[in-house]
Design a protein around this ligand. Structure first.
Ligand code: ATR
Length: 274
């Protein structure tokens, strides 16, 4: 039985086990994906043990940066981000990847039939989740990226990083509801703040400023106030389930080298959310 898992602290809320195990079952691979709770001070002990036992694993907070010191190699996105969410163990050599940006890319392709290259994106929020996707989109050749954030310094810092990754991108940074900023010129709007995670959270953005022909995606996988308002305006919308699914699909494909049984993984993930 091959072993895979998710390391984090805590990890009890994760939906990855049903999704990943459905993929293994469907493909006839004898493998088990489990949750591995590791406190930061135990990484030095646990990671060498996992190197002996696990074929690969995902990393979540607070280990996405700390894991890097244990790795032999990283893909380009993980190097740029300085953050890893997927590790593959090839005969004791550990390689790290970051699959969140890819997850959002495929979700956008599936929901709106839109590509990254040459396209324009508005990120609402500038935290870790926004950064992982925005820098990946910069690597993939987005034409224009704006970042709006409550704390404008963080929007400016992310915008600067985007330009450093790809100097050709037209970047803008502003406060979240700045009146001077025109959001309607961006083809795809991505809600990346944590507002909406909890029942009753208001939208962080004045959605009435968008236009009905804009494509709007929320990274949160529940129906948020932001997304409901965007639907009310007539925008094409997608919630965060697609990103979650496809970041996991990419990890599964890195580990197995096979094409993932996406629909079986999707069904298991969506069922586990009910
Ligand atoms: P994650 O890893 O999910 O991105 P994070 O790095 O803590 O989490 O980032 C949270 C994001 O949500 C930030 O953009 C944060 O804005 P600030 O940088 O100004 O804190 C945003 N956020 C959280 N609560 C918010 C609120 N009440 N209104 C607007 N933005 C909020």
């Amino acid at each position: 039985m091959e072993k895979y898992g998710l390391i984090g602290w805590p990890v009890s809320h994760s939906l990855s086990p049903p999704m990943q195990n459905a993929g293994f079952n469907s493909a006839g691979i004898k493998a088990d994906y489990s949750l591995v709770e590791v406190s930061p001070d135990k990484m030095d002990i646990v990671i060498p043990e996992m190197k002996n036992e696990f074929c690969g694993w995902n990393c979540t907070v607070p280990h996405k940066q700390h894991i890097i010191e244990f790795l032999d190699d990283m893909d380009e996105t993980a190097k740029v981000l300085g953050s890893v969410n997927t590790v593959v163990n090839s005969n004791g050599k550990l390689k790290g990847f970051s699959t969140d940006g890819y997850g959002m890319e495929i979700s956008i392709k599936e929901s709106f039939n839109q590509d990254i290259a040459g396209n324009s994106f508005l990120f609402i929020g500038a935290g870790g989740a926004a950064r992982a996707v925005a820098l990946y989109f910069a690597l993939q050749g987005a034409a224009r990226i704006a970042v709006l954030n409550r704390t404008v310094e963080k929007a400016e810092a992310l915008s600067k990083e985007i330009s450093e990754v790809n100097a050709k991108i037209e970047t803008t940074a502003d406060t979240i509801n700045s009146r001077d900023f025109d959001p309607t010129i961006y083809n795809i709007v991505i809600q990346c703040t944590s507002l909406g995670l909890h029942e009753g959270d208001p939208s962080p953005y004045d959605v009435s400023r968008l236009k009905p022909n804009q494509n709007v995606v929320d990274m949160i996988y529940k129906e948020t106030d932001f997304l409901k308002k965007a639907q009310g305006l007539g925008c094409k919308t997608a919630d965060g389930r697609g990103m979650l699914l496809f970041q996991g699909v990419r990890a599964w494909e890195i580990w197995t080298g096979k094409k993932a049984p996406v629909e079986d993984m999707r069904k298991a993930l969506y069922d586990a959310m009910k």
